[in-house]
Design a protein around this ligand. Structure first.
Ligand code: GUN
Length: 293
């Protein structure tokens, strides 16, 4: 049993936000107030919490923000119109449509409607391509960008490392794998998922294990190689009557049993979560900066 190193997302995010604060001032002195629009359709409680944090952080940094809350029965055409109006709005440099939208919304079409120059989530096909091409003018999805920043600040060696990413979503798994295999990181990457044969054995190969599946405490101690670095992207709500809210947050990793095996691990909450918001702010400033060019 060792004492693993906790990768503290809160303090790394705070440092990133300090850098952002300085850049907001620099942009304003050049006549541009960065602006972010956050669109939320429906009443998913977790999404409301995330969107609230994003807007609040904008306020703390001096970034202009617009929160657009739409009812769950908003039509595809109504949502497309909101996006197109934001594309045309010069005060808005970044547009984010919170995922997941209600089931009747075709999210793919909505993402394609966002001007790629304002796509601070990095979900538009043009930005997905730029990530694969390692073109720095593209936007990197915020959660995987935040994971990479955590690894970098902690001084964790990615060069030549065996990395396993569990989860193949466009929001986390696939972009995370691209970042790890990029020429900047040089990891050897396996993308595993719910249909992978012998998932525990694949995970046990990992020097760096990234869990992004959205299943509470799925990754157990016998899935983890001793000394591995574990990045837990999951933020799952599980019922807990002892809490005032009626739930507690838990990751995709069974923290209590896994942590003693690891050289480093992210806690939930306070690991990857704060990094996502910090990288969104960074992306918004990138969008504002690139709009001036
Ligand atoms: N839902 C969960 N994570 C994200 C994210 O990074 N961006 C958006 N738009 N929705 C999300």
């Amino acid at each position: 049993m060792n004492q693993p190193r906790l990768l503290d997302g809160k303090s790394v995010a705070a440092a990133v936000l300090d850098e952002c604060r300085a850049e907001v001032e620099a942009l304003k002195s050049r006549g541009t107030t960065p602006g972010l629009a956050v669109v939320l359709v429906g009443d998913d409680p977790a999404s409301h919490v995330y969107v609230g944090s994003k807007v609040r952080t904008c306020g703390e940094l001096g970034i202009f923000s617009r929160k657009i809350e739409l009812p769950a029965n908003t039509t595809q055409d109504e949502l497309l119109k909101v996006v197109r109006d934001l594309n045309a709005d010069p005060a808005i440099h970044g547009i984010l449509v919170q995922s997941p939208p209600p089931a009747h919304i075709n999210e793919e079409e909505i993402i394609r409607a966002i001007d790629p120059r304002k796509d601070v989530d990095g979900f538009h096909p043009e930005n997905v391509a730029k990530l694969a091409l390692e073109d720095p003018t593209g936007f990197v999805p915020c959660t995987p960008a935040g994971c990479m920043k955590l690894l970098e600040v902690a001084g964790i060696e990615t060069n030549g490392a065996e990395a396993v990413v569990v989860g193949r979503s466009m929001i986390v798994g696939k972009p995370m794998a691209l970042l790890l295999v990029s020429k900047k990181s040089n990891s050897t990457v396996t993308i595993a998922h719910s249909r992978s044969r012998d998932l525990p054995a694949i995970c046990r190969r990992a020097d760096i294990l990234v869990a992004a599946v959205g299943r509470p405490e799925m990754v157990k101690a016998d899935w983890v190689k001793p000394g591995a670095v574990v990045i837990d992207v999951g933020i799952n709500r599980v019922a807990d009557p002892s809490k005032k809210s009626g739930y507690r947050l838990t990751g995709d990793v069974a923290f209590e049993e896994v942590a003693p095996l690891c050289s480093a691990i992210t806690p939930v909450p306070g690991g990857v979560g704060p990094m996502t918001i910090a990288m969104l702010m960074k992306n918004t400033l990138q969008a504002a900066r690139q709009s001036q060019a």
